[in-house]
Design a binder for this molecule. Sequence first.
Ligand code: PLP
Length: 386
Amino acid sequence: MPYNFDEIIDRRHTGSLKWHYTDDTIALWVADMDFRAAQPIFNTIERVLHHGVLGYTKPTEALYEAVINWHGSRYNLWLDQHNILFSPGVVPSLALMMRVWTEVGDAILVNDPIYTPFMSKVRDNGRRLILSPLKEFEGKYHLDLADIEAKIIEHDVKIFLFCNPHNPGGRVWAADELKALLEVCKKHDVAIVSDEIHQDLTLSGHTFTPFLTLADGYEHKMVSITAMTKTFNVAGLKCSMIFAKDKALIKKISQQQHLNDEHDLNLFAYEVIRSAYENGGEWLAQALAYIEANIDLTLRFLEEHLPEIKVMRPEASYLIWLDCSAYGQDDQMLYDALRDAKVELSAGVQYGNEGHLKMRLNVACPQALLIEGLKRMHLALSNIKS
Ligand SMILES: Cc1ncc(COP(=O)(O)O)c(C=O)c1O
């Protein structure tokens, strides 16, 4: 069925994190989409609701099968039921894996820039945060393997928290890049936590490689943490998965989860994961086509009206990383100028030192909203310039 991604659904006054305004500000920041979810998901929620009894629930065979088929058929990541653990969120799993593999005071490496909780959760959990800046050339980010290795040695790093595809830069790391990174981690016995939550939003012309498919004997030191919540725009359901292929490691993770009883999902989440993986492919294909058109539209608009913004075209997801340094020299001033013009983007500085004078723009919204948001950006930034 054709979905209508042009539909504008007013999310204000619903408790939405993204649309927290009392005025007509346009929200182009936090990573959720403003699209109605796929019909099979609603059918499933209705079915569960109308059953009438909302009791304790556990994962079914059919759920495992749906997870296995999705990852196997799309990405050649073949799992069995015992490789899959459920978790209330990818961010909680980041913290969980720190507890599995490190002690307070241990060093954990992350790239800069990076999705904010990679940094804040390391600090919150009393671990030492070590940053390895990504190198930018040819319009995209690259790993600096020499820097990564030097930092691993200098700080005795225990875990590399990795983001594939990368938020905020939108890189889908190529298999060769992953292999090279794996070699460095293997050499120094560094565990890898690969956050792959944006995997299914890989855009045309790019190929997502799950890190676990390359593990090759290093399974005891690798996990993938992922979810279908970004894929299908159901982040409010709070659910995710941890994939691990080593028996002893799975046992350790599971024990750690049981300490706080955080291994269970709610019954809607279990059933929605299954139905989305079984029947949501058509919605996803249409959503991705709409997102690609929005990315093209945004790039054309910026080239014409704000040509001094340096744009990083995403290889996955709907977040566009913008270098706005030509339009202002103060991060707060840039952010405030946009807010004053009633459009909100994510300030780049929250993603690390490399985010200085950058902005992250979320284009997963109806085109009419996006165009109005871009016009407000144009007004705000050209006012600063003049
Ligand atoms: C890279 C990345 N990881 C994790 C999350 C959030 O995951 P969860 O809601 O499952 O904690 C996000 C949300 O934007 C993200 O971009």
